[in-house]
Design a protein around this ligand. Structure first.
Ligand SMILES: O=C(O)CCC(=O)C(=O)O
Ligand SMILES: [Fe+2]
Length: 225
């Protein structure tokens, strides 16, 4: 990275103040536009065990949906950026388990139906995604952003956060991503989507249509430290 010709000084690691007093989150910025970032140690072993315990009986392996909705968990630490989340989804991938290329916003999948879709009526669309890795994965299982050339290997307790919409509110099609097949081991993740509604005043828009997340970060809740 250090020897790349197009070195971007904005891409860095730092401590981020969240909504918990005194606590600093270890943050690694992966991309400014779209805004994609990692936070380390957002969940405890005890919380992971509890989440997996609840989900374990409910996820349907092999033939069914490997996902399960669970409402409790480290909600406060998921609001690091002041963006409020919706319900939680726990997913388990066994060997070969993967999630094909997609966007997290519903507008793309549902097109014209989106206005009548129950979730979108209540939530708008999925403004941001907060994906926590509940396990390390021996080999495979990366989350990849094909349009950004970005691959994130799962690290237990690490969260991957990104905005699916630009600060202007426009859907960001460069956020297309996939969960790569698990080659060795297994992968558990907790996913929470942050919806537009409820975040009207927490995710600000920029002063210009092309303002980046970093431009607006300073006047959003809790700046860098
Ligand atoms: O498991 C992953 O790495 C990605 C999951 C994902 O993109 C999703 O649940 O929307
Ligand atoms: Fe996704």
């Amino acid at each position: 990275m250090c020897f790349q010709e197009t070195f971007d000084p904005r891409i860095c690691c730092r401590y981020k103040e969240g909504i918990l007093p005194y606590y600093r989150f270890k943050q690694e910025l992966l991309s400014v536009t779209p805004f994609v970032t990692l936070f380390y140690d957002v969940i405890t072993d005890k919380e992971i065990d509890a989440l997996m315990q609840v989900a374990r009986d409910k996820v349907q392996f092999l033939t069914g949906d490997p996902r399960q909705f669970v409402s409790f968990g480290p909600n406060v630490r998921e609001n690091i950026l002041g963006i409020k989340g919706g319900w939680r989804e726990i997913a388990n991938y066994g060997i070969g388990g993967q999630y094909g290329l997609h966007w997290d916003f519903l507008a793309e999948a549902l097109k014209e139906e989106v206005r009548n879709h129950e979730a979108s009526l209540y939530g708008g669309d999925r403004l941001a995604t907060f994906l926590i890795y509940l396990t390390d994965v021996e080999r495979g299982g990366s989350t990849v952003f094909n349009k950004l050339g970005l691959a994130v290997s799962p690290v237990k307790k690490m969260a991957l956060f990104w905005y699916n919409a630009k600060p202007s509110g426009e859907l960001d099609y460069t956020t297309q991503h996939a969960g790569c097949p698990v080659v060795v081991g297994h992968k558990w993740v907790s996913n929470k989507w942050m919806w537009n509604y409820g975040n009207t005043f927490t995710r600000r828009c920029g002063l210009t249509p092309d303002a980046t997340q970093l431009d607006i970060e300073l006047y959003m809740r809790k700046g860098w430290v």
